[in-house]
Write a protein that binds this ligand. Structure first.
Ligand SMILES: Nc1ncnc2c1ncn2[C@@H]1O[C@H](COP(=O)(O)OP(=O)(O)O)[C@@H](O)[C@H]1O
Ligand SMILES: [Mg+2]
Length: 244
């Protein structure tokens, strides 16, 4: 992927080859500027690749894949301010991949409960904390029944406790829906806690530096998982790779 500006070109990613299986939970980590967001934008179809090929479910993409949903860091801009929380989630059903059958109200309620926002259905985005807004954005993405969930630093802007809650929300949703997750984060601990596989991008965008299977036992738990010897080992090895 080369960004072409008027004055100069920046090649953000080159020689990148990555294959993610259906239902996997893969974290993508790496130094700031290594191309994580570029990779996710390419996968989301928002940015056309300057070379190479991207396929989702075997199909080369040309535009946003219908079966994908994205959650980005900037939750403040992702919800429609004139709609309630429930209204925002219902809106997510409009262009759903697998048009959900039956009662949309029940579906909206289900996903709001899943993210712990059942009590806030009738509130407006600006009445919510950052963590709650991000939960609403996640509920909206999940309600559409995506097969692929792309998350870019989705929890980076929220406080530590909300962040832990959101991590567990996404794990529950992943276990329930069997969706494939690509989760970009600069936080190694978060990557090891959530994923079964951690992909480290080369700091200058030269493809994949490491691809590590972690496979910690599930369900994960905020305190005990983070104390597992395997958690600490993967955390140490990955930190050494990224900080090197
Ligand atoms: N719209 C853009 N135009 C030009 N260069 C860009 C653009 N977006 C990102 N870049 C450059 O591409 C590289 C990768 O950026 P990015 O994908 O945002 O990295 P990360 O998300 O890992 O921090 C960086 O050198 C960045 O400056
Ligand atoms: Mg980024």
């Amino acid at each position: 992927m080369t960004y072409r500006g008027r004055r100069r070109e920046v090649t953000a990613l080159r020689d990148l080859s990555l294959r993610v299986g259906a239902g996997e939970f893969v974290a993508v980590v790496g130094r700031s500027g290594c191309g994580k967001s570029t990779l996710l934008r390419l996968l989301s179809g928002l940015l056309p690749a300057s070379a190479g090929e991207i396929r989702v479910a075997g199909q080369p993409i040309d535009g946003p894949p219908r079966q994908a949903r994205c959650v980005f860091q900037d939750y403040a801009q992702s919800l429609l301010p004139w709609k309630t929380v429930a209204g925002n989630v219902r809106f997510g059903l409009r262009h759903a991949y697998a048009a959900p059958a039956g009662d949309h109200d029940a579906l909206v309620a289900h996903y709001l409960d899943l993210v712990g926002l059942g009590h806030a259905a009738d509130r407006y985005p600006w009445e919510l904390s950052g963590g709650m807004q991000q939960r609403a954005a996640i509920a909206r993405a999940l309600a559409a029944g995506p097969r692929l969930l792309l998350m870019d630093e989705a929890f980076s802007g929220v406080d530590a406790l909300s962040r832990a809650t959101l991590q567990d929300v996404i794990l529950r949703a992943w276990a329930e829906a069997g969706v494939t997750v690509l989760f970009v984060t600069h936080d190694i601990d978060e990557a090891v806690y959530l994923a079964d596989r951690v992909v480290v991008l080369h700091p200058e965008g030269h493809g994949v530096l490491a691809d590590v299977r972690t496979d910690l036992p599930r369900p994960r738990e905020q305190v005990t998982t983070r104390e597992l010897p395997d958690f600490l080992r993967h955390r140490r090895d990955l930190l050494n790779l990224v900080l090197d």
